[in-house]
Design a protein around this ligand. Sequence first.
Ligand code: UD1
Length: 423
Amino acid sequence: MALDIFKISGPVRLTGEVTISGSKNAALPIIAATILAPGKSTLCGVPNLSDIKVMCQLVENLGCKASIDNGTVTIDSTNIDNPFGDYEIVRKMRASVCILGPLLGRCGKVEVSMPGGCAIGYRPVDIHLRGLRELGAKIELKNGYIVAHANGGLKGANIFLGGPFGSSVLATANVLSASVLAKGKTIIDSAACEPEITDLAKCLKKMGAKISGIGSPQLTIKGVKKLKPIEHTVIPDRIEAGTFLAAAAITKGNLKLKNSRVDHLMAVIDKLRSMNVTVEQTKDGCEVVSNSLSKPTDITTLPYPGFPTDLQAQFMACLCLAKGNSVISEKIFPDRFMHVSELSRMAANLRKEGPHVIVSGVEKLIAAPVMASDLRASAALVLAALAAQGETIVNRVYHIDRGYEKIEEKLNACGAKIERQSI
Ligand code: UD1
């Protein structure tokens, strides 16, 4: 693994145009779902990211052929002879767990490593397993692996998928993907409504699945006998778009985002407006303008259509420079605050109280060497560095490379001064 660092000189004001990439979190479960339809599926607009390569490697290990070429991923799932998700891959990427549902549906058996610890806090998979058990799967845990069988096939059921923090995105992906080939009717209540799940459901429909209620918390699935391969373009990445909106806000900049979906970002845009940042819809995206110091605002992360937890860190960075106090409450991952101590090293004034952080706006952030801890926390450090006085060194940039395609190139094209160095 290359241990690159970013050297970021600030402060800068970002202006210009950015093209948002396809959604990583939509592409991952969709790649997994192509397993359900024997043959060659083609996915377009897939970002060139390490997580996507890991998912392709995972499906190749199952016996599929996968190739990535300039945003197009082709998966030939004609043969699957090894329904096994190795610990060595799953430990690199938690989202590997989303092969569980598709493999059960296609092969009737699967063994996938149980995902381990994670920088953003405790992340169990009990909801995934509960949903699959309700479809008739027999599941046990053996030597760190989830071992599941569906002898005689899966059977439709009424399933409640809510958990202590509301719906679960990947549990919905797993149970939905498993149910499309189950016998009879499945109703999933408290399904996740994230646009990535809607995109997955649309793909499954293209494959021939019968699904209604797409985009709502109740999905009804009528099982079919077989599915056909598809061609599909994944939705734009709303978290990347939200990160660039935050980048414009923190640098008092003006950015035009191409290939972004305003309708997927309503809670985020609402917060930006209350921070005194203007966001207008354009033909293929939006334009964000921030001229003055941000007003403070309170943010609570929630399942979609609420404010996304994946933008909590980036918005905390912005609010560090707002004129007044803000409260950020994390309702999805209550321990997702690794960035708090790093932002504090850059002279932010933050106080953590359980799952809340009180952000007292400061006049300036000051550059410092900082450590990226997870994907979105590292994006927050990059944003803070763009607005901070001096040269910030962001260590462990590989975290950011998991989820942002060419981030330094995109930011530099708009006036940032970011240099990548391999150490
Ligand atoms: C997905 C996203 C991640 C995002 C998260 C929440 C992908 C690849 N990842 O992760 O970027 O931050 O949604 O929007 O799409 N939970 C349980 N038991 C379970 C499953 C989840 O208690 O079996 C809890 C989690 O700990 C968390 C909450 O439910 O508190 C929501 O997590 P979930 O939606 O499942 O996150 P992921 O799907 O893993």
